[in-house]
Design a protein around this ligand. Sequence first.
Ligand code: HEM
Length: 496
Amino acid sequence: MIRKQKDKQDQLLTTASGIPVGDNQNSLTAGERGPVLIQDYHMMEKLAHFNRERIPERIVHAKGSGAYGHLTVKHDISKYTCAKLFDEINKKTECFVRFSTVGGEQGSADAERDPRGFAVKLYTEEGNWDLVGNNTPIFFIRDGVKFPDFIHTQKRCPMRHVKDPNMMWDFWSLSPESLHQVTILFSDRGIPATYRHMNGYGSHTFSMINDKGKRVWCKFHFKTNQGIMNLSANQAERMKGEDPDHAQRDLFDAIERGEYPSWRFCIQVMSEEQAEKVEFNPFDLTKVWSHKMWPLIDVGVLELNRNPVNYFAEVEQSAFSPSDVVPGIGFSPDKMLQARIMSYPDAQRYRLGTNYQQLDVNRPRCPYENYQRDGQMSQGFGGDQPNYDPNSIQGTPKENREYNEPALDIGHAIVDRYDHRKGNDDFTQAGDLYRLMTDDEQQRLVENIVNSLKNANKVIQERQIVHFYNADHEYGERIAKHLKLTLPKKQGVKTT
Ligand code: HEM
């Protein structure tokens, strides 16, 4: 949509250097039939700039939609965190949220069976807090060193340049920690109807620290107030052809109509003492925390109420990173989270340039001062102020150790490469999820899996079927029956 400029006088067309343009329709030529003169600099600039309109798309989550809004605090959680955005009931913090699919390119369809990104940037008074999660509370893998390999299997294969179910199922069958997420992916929740009709999750375990320096572990949840709605496999196939951008259109149009989507913002909290004792690893991203043991605590409401004016500037150039946490919110030992802390700013320096945090959508709304200087496209950050620290000049930015987190006791840890599979149960929670579904839901799950897995080699099918079987006997049997496979007698498989 291009908004009409009512009652506005035409403006003078200029070059990027502000020089008036006499003719934007006819190039400058020697004679009526040409050739074109190189001194038609307006045309040179116009063509050259056009050639540079594209920047690298995100290596994952390339297709996305974004909007601005607010997080409003409704409940006091100051006993868990001293984060300033939570220090008053009804306090509103501006946010920018970007939703996305994961595997497809920027022009791919919104109705793919794929997790959805749910990235929230909160412009707090103590810096930007980015909660960069998905619409699922868990993930396919639990060690970041596996991420590039996993993503390769979700993208096009190197030779035929098409998506390849063989690659996906080969990887998943050799990585049974993926089973829980695979079960969600092929369930009814595998294709959200729109971005408004799905939940969001911080997914990782994070920490919160209160004003007494006490740390708790926590999970973040956004529960949709629009209700959960999904597309069936058939509806999605049709939607991909009819309107590949349906989720972008839906979000933008709903906000334009004044139907502002909102989500309940909740947390789960686990004490450090509980984390020591629980029988599973609370920092394992393939696991959920039982809501019975760690009930949802309501915090507030996230509402989206303003569309971006320019998609490229605001949505494409937005940069979210799990490394951006504010005082009162902290990381956890989760191996995936740790990998992400490095990866995102690195990707953004490549994708947007060194000074990407100075772009308007990424800029903190609070004062920010440091000694980082110059670099490509600098707008002169720092001005005439000193560019080194420590310095003896009054009024310059100084560190404040009060902002340091309390020490984290990790015992006498021994540095090694620990097998992330050892002692970890990859199957129970996936089986629990299957058992939680109604018969119809199980039936659709099985059909969706069969329709994809049937395109993989038999040896891969046989390897994967063991995982379904290990999660739930019936789950495995139903899929095996459709694929005409006989279950191996011994339920074990060599994995990487
Ligand atoms: C985007 C890396 C796991 C959610 C990205 C980007 C990278 C990346 C490089 C592109 C960033 C950019 O160019 O702006 C990784 C690595 C992971 C990982 C190395 C594991 C070690 C996850 C997980 C989640 C997630 C577990 C969700 C729980 C997202 C989202 C985006 C994204 C939502 C898009 C953010 C936006 O809208 O701009 N990831 N990722 N990623 N990732 Fe991950």
